[in-house]
Structures are given as C-alpha cells and as structure tokens.
Design a binder for this molecule. Structure first.
Ligand code: FES
Length: 172
C-alpha cells in the first residue's frame, strides 16, 4: 500500500521537559472531543507531537500512545507507514519530490538527481546546515504537472532545474 504524501511545516525542534498533554492541553482536549474514541485521534495528535518536537521519536510515540490509550507499537506502526510523519529530525524545509511512475515518465528521476546536486545531498538526507531535507515520495496527485514536489505543505508544480534552483536560493 502506498504512503500518504503531504508533510507538516516543522516549527520547533527543541525538546522540552513539559509533556505534550501539559503544553498543548487545550488543543489536545479539542482534538479528543472530535472523536468517538481516543484511538481515533491518533493522527491529529501525532501532528501535534511532530509540530512540537519536529519529528515523532520514541518519546512522542509514547506520549501519543498514552493520550490515545493505544499500545506504543501501534502508534509507531502508524508513524512508520505515513510519510508525513518523520521518525528522524528533518531540515527546516522538507522537499518531497514525487518519483512515482507517471512522474518518472516525465523526467522525475533526472529531476531528483538535479535536486541532489543542487542541495549537495542524496534523497533521504538533510543538508549539514539543517535547512533542507530531500525526500522522494509516491504519487502526490499532481501527475499532470510533473515534475512536482511539496515543500513543507506547499505544492510546487511543473518544476524545472532552473525553478528549483531559484526556489532553493530564495529559501536559503
Ligand atoms: S505520480 Fe507523481 S504526482 Fe502522481
């Protein structure tokens, strides 16, 4: 089964001693109130954790498991399945380029190589300055406008090497 494709804008990497349930009590309460069971709120609560910590590591998983009354292994399997949840620290900007078959037929593979060259990293890596993470993803439902990427949650359509370079330079 394919992974879902969008990503979160990551705002805060600093780990805090304060737990999610204390720091985001109001938001968490509001999320839990929307669902008939706590476990149904696992995805939005993972968003909260990722927004707070920058990624969903063991601590985040444990906290979300506690909030949802799920086993941590169940939460971990969700994090591992969906590409919008990060298991490791990412850069400030997460660039996700689709290299699925329809996009590959429109030159996505070569485009990814260009992205790697421009950023000086391979897909799956983060630049040493922590600014950019480059990832390849499955279809993001914009096949007709390939090469296509998402930068954090924002779509970038019909990319060219030139437009990619310009975008990266502007984000630096
Ligand atoms: S295959 Fe790339 S957006 Fe659909």
């Amino acid at each position: 089964m394919r992974k879902v494709f969008y990503v979160l804008h990551v705002t805060n990497y600093a780990r805090q001693d304060i737990m999610l349930k204390e720091k985001h009590a109001t938001e968490i309460e509001a999320i839990l109130a929307k669902y008939p069971t706590k476990r149904s709120a696992v995805m939005p609560l993972l968003y909260v954790a990722q927004q707070e910590y920058g990624f969903c590591d063991e601590q985040a998983i444990r906290e979300v498991a506690e909030l949802t009354a799920l086993d941590p292994t169940e939460v971990k399997s969700i994090v591992g399945f969906y590409t919008m949840f990060f298991e490791e620290k990412t850069g400030q900007y997460v660039i996700e380029v689709c290299d699925d078959l329809p996009c590959a037929l429109r030159g996505a593979d070569k485009f990814v190589q260009h992205c790697e060259h421009k950023l000086g990293i391979r897909a799956g890596q983060t630049t040493p300055d922590g600014k950019f993470t480059l990832r390849t993803v499955m279809c993001i439902a914009a096949c007709d406008r390939a090469p296509v990427a998402q930068v954090n949650r924002e779509y970038k359509y019909s990319l060219t090497p030139e437009s990619f370079d310009k975008m990266v330079d502007e984000l630096k």
